[in-house]
Design a protein around this ligand. Structure first.
Ligand code: F0G
Length: 466
């Protein structure tokens, strides 16, 4: 069996400005999340002698190894993320390794023949952020950083807190007060993060602390950090391996700060360039209607017949959605995401609160379950199938980004019929008016019963075995 040194002999690594007109490059050990011109940076590799078939074999063999890096669904693919020096410590909680689950009931709901969910909620802290946090925290350790920070709608902070604690670093998190799901806050506290609740939304908090954190010499682990993106791109690498390297027609994911969309596109382009896959799937990014700046930009560009680059992203000043993970009005990675949508002939769709809630319940009824933001995928697919953008026979993989248990109060309120729309929320497009509450179309209320055998017998008789 060939080892990694013979399947990808030489790689050079640098940081490069995302704007091809600037093209500035920096050494990979530079601590910076922006180019001097203000744009974000990509980790850029030049591979030579990359033998795609041999690499696939090496990855397969590693799946049976006990080396912690090989037990990780990120580092097992390390030929695609070769930015650490060979002697560097890898901080891994054995992230990745998430299943691809067939979901016929959800396919039916969306109007598709086949649909599979790649469930990132199976990660150690219950979200896809773990894929990027293992690489981000490992880079922090390689740079001798002892304190790491992020601004977060919840999952990034939970994940960073865990990886920092496991790696022996201190975590500092900034979260919008009262706007993150309870499961995520509980995780951050339990993992020992210094937890700062700012009385503002995500966008305001980000603007406030971004430069301050860097000036304080604290290592920033938001998705502007290009090493986070490197880990997240392995989600699509693992997905392609699970599909025997046959790319699906579509990969669908929710969009918030747009780091993950950027990561997926980069991973797909690199896999195509290296001969690991023969063609690129199309990306579909789904946003919540009340927090949909990328969707709005693309709609406007189409209506005006202009380039979205020329128009530029107009932030949503007061973003609203009950899917708090994606309640973001000024996504930091919009340029990277737009680049990837263009590269993959991708699309962006927006879905209402009612559509997200129903889709989430349908995913639950598949025995799969997810947090609200993740369910935007199924809601979006349903809309795109109805609009004939996705065809019934297309092969579609939707990425569920977070675990059902992240946001228990949303789920309970839905089933009890008390899930209320955000106060300044968007109009519900399905209704054309603003209803007071989400209608629990797939609600499943608990039934109270006295400790009376007759009453219980009557109930059982009313609910015969399926
Ligand atoms: N789904 C979930 C469950 C998320 O937590 C996020 C982002 C997204 C989707 C959107 O991903 O930002 O890469 O477009 N959560 C971030 C956080 C913002 O702070 O946890 P994105």
């Amino acid at each position: 069996m060939k080892d990694s040194s013979s399947v990808a002999a030489m790689t050079t690594v640098s940081l490069q400005c995302l704007d091809p007109k600037c093209g500035a490059q920096y050494p990979v050990r530079d601590v910076r999340s922006e180019c001097a011109c203000g744009n974000l940076l990509d980790v850029r590799y030049e591979w030579s002698d990359f033998d795609a078939e041999a690499v696939k074999q090496v990855w397969k063999t590693r799946a049976m190894s006990l080396d912690p890096r090989d037990r990780s669904g990120v580092w097992r693919f390390r030929e695609l993320i070769p930015f650490l020096p060979p002697e560097a410590r890898v901080v891994t909680l054995r992230e990745g390794n998430t299943p691809l689950l067939e979901a016929p009931h959800a396919a039916d709901y969306a109007g598709l023949d086949l649909l599979a969910f790649k469930h990132q909620g199976f990660n150690p802290t219950g979200s896809f952020k773990d894929n990027g946090m293992t690489t981000g925290v490992s880079q922090a350790a390689a740079l001798d950083k002892h304190v790491v920070a992020c601004v977060s709608t919840g999952n990034t902070s939970a994940s960073m807190a865990a990886y920092a604690a496991y790696g022996g670093l201190q975590a500092v998190i900034f979260i919008p007060a009262g706007q993150i799901a309870s499961g995520k806050l509980a995780q951050a506290l339990e993992y020992g993060a210094l937890t700062i609740q700012v009385q503002a939304n995500f966008d305001v908090t980000w603007k406030l602390v971004f430069h301050m954190v860097e000036e304080a010499g604290v290592y920033l682990l938001n998705s502007v950090n290009p090493f986070r993106v490197e880990g997240q791109k392995t989600i699509v690498v693992e997905m392609m391996e699970q599909l025997a390297w046959e790319a699906p027609d579509w990969i669908v994911l929710p969009g918030g700060n747009l780091g993950n969309s950027s990561a997926f596109g980069k991973g797909l382009r690199e896999m195509k360039q290296l001969g690991l896959i023969a063609r690129l799937p199309r990306l579909a990014v789904i946003q919540a209607e009340g927090s949909a700046p990328l969707y709005r930009l693309l709609q406007r560009a189409a209506a005006e017949g202009r380039s979205p680059w020329e128009i530029g992203l107009e932030p949503v000043a007061s973003p609203q959605t009950l899917a708090t993970a994606i309640r973001i009005g000024a996504p930091v990675s919009w340029k990277k995401a737009l680049r990837e949508l263009e590269a993959t002939r991708g699309v962006c769709e927006a879905v209402s609160e009612q559509e997200i809630a129903d889709a989430k319940a349908v995913i639950g009824l598949c025995g799969i379950g997810c947090e609200p933001a993740s369910a935007a995928t199924l809601a979006g697919i349903r809309k795109l199938v109805a609009a004939n953008v996705i065809r019934k026979s297309d092969r579609v993989v939707a990425v569920l980004t977070g675990n059902l248990l992240k946001d228990p109060s949303y789920t309970l309120s839905y089933h009890e019929g008390t899930l209320a729309l955000p106060r300044e929320g968007p109009f519900d497009s399905a209704q054309g008016r603003q209803p007071a509450a989400i209608e629990p179309r797939f609600g499943n209320r608990p039934i109270a019963v006295p400790p009376d055998p007759e009453a219980i017998r009557r109930l059982l008789a009313r609910h015969p075995a399926r």
